[in-house]
Design a protein around this ligand. Structure first.
Ligand code: HEC
Length: 137
């Protein structure tokens, strides 16, 4: 009997895992190869903060957070991500997202991915209600 209950529990766990996997990711997988590399870097380092707004980091799926940033020169965003950056509200973006293993090129790829994700979210939100539109979930 105990065994049956245990294996039932296991089946439930597997079903749950399958359901979680089927959940569409808010992190759009763009076809462009450069952006796919960028997504991999984002998943490995940047998502830890930017996926959830940790330490006031801007979330790409909340385009309101990115409105002014998308308007900046791309080179400025690259520099701030590579060298670290104190924002106007004193929130701090650490050098290379705190991962010294990343090359300049990888950080740039991740920035490009984030900007594309923000723009994509912006367009998606535009068809819904733009203000405070949140595609995090
Ligand atoms: C420890 C948390 C953390 C991690 C990890 C992190 N960031 Fe950030 N990032 C921040 C915070 C906080 C800000 C907001 C700074 C501000 O503008 O106030 C920010 C801002 C930015 C900006 C906007 C800069 C600007 O000029 O407005 C970019 C671009 C950026 N991060 C890229 C990245 C990339 C690429 C990675 C991964 C390689 C990454 N971040 C990882 C916390 C983080």
């Amino acid at each position: 009997m105990k065994r049956a209950v245990q294996s039932l529990g296991l089946v439930c766990l597997c079903l749950l895992a399958a359901a979680l996997q089927a959940e569409p990711s808010p992190y759009v997988d763009f076809k462009d190869e450069h952006l796919r590399f960028g997504r991999a870097v984002w998943m490995g380092t940047c998502e830890n903060c930017h996926g959830y707004g940790v330490a006031d980091s801007p979330i790409p799926m909340q385009p309101e957070h990115w409105r002014e940033r998308v308007g900046k020169q791309r080179q400025e965003l690259y520099n701030n991500a590579i060298n670290g950056y104190f924002g106007p509200d004193d929130s701090y973006m650490p050098e290379r997202g705190g991962n010294p293993e990343l090359s300049d090129e990888q950080v740039k790829q991740a920035v490009d991915y984030m900007v594309n994700l923000a723009e994509h979210s912006y367009l998606k939100c535009f068809t819904q209600t733009w203000r405070n539109c949140d595609l995090t979930t």
